[in-house]
Design a protein. Structure first.
Length: 116
């Protein structure tokens, strides 16, 4: 069982930056692939970024490529999402997720609001 707790959300002006963190419990964190999803207001949840357990591979949604960076620290059991050049359309609840073959575990989410 893995528990995920996101932090780092908040209100930021367009063009600004935020770094989200996701702290994971459990000794097997380093074996899990990790991801970030987001759910904008009145929209469905969408993929943002992912990183394999070995950190050898990352993937990004086209809408965030070149602006967001996902990383992980397997010693601290934490995954990060560095978000730069934020836009109002990045406003959403951001969720951290973990899994070995599918995303089985989800955090409660952290709100990111980007003002224009």
């Amino acid at each position: 069982q893995v528990q995920l707790v996101e932090s780092g959300g908040g209100l930021v002006q367009a063009g600004g930056s935020l770094r989200l963190s996701c702290a994971a419990s459990g000794p097997t964190f380093k074996t899990y692939n990790m991801g970030w999803f987001r759910q904008p207001p009145r929209q469905e949840r969408e993929f943002v970024a992912s990183i394999r357990w070995s950190s050898t591979s990352t993937h990004y949604a086209d809408s965030v490529k070149g602006r967001f960076t996902i990383s992980r620290d397997n010693v601290k059991n934490t995954v990060y999402l560095q978000m730069n050049s934020l836009k109002p359309e990045d406003t959403a609840v951001y969720y951290c997720t973990a899994g070995q073959f599918e995303y089985d575990y989800w955090g409660q989410g952290t709100q990111v609001t980007v003002s224009s």
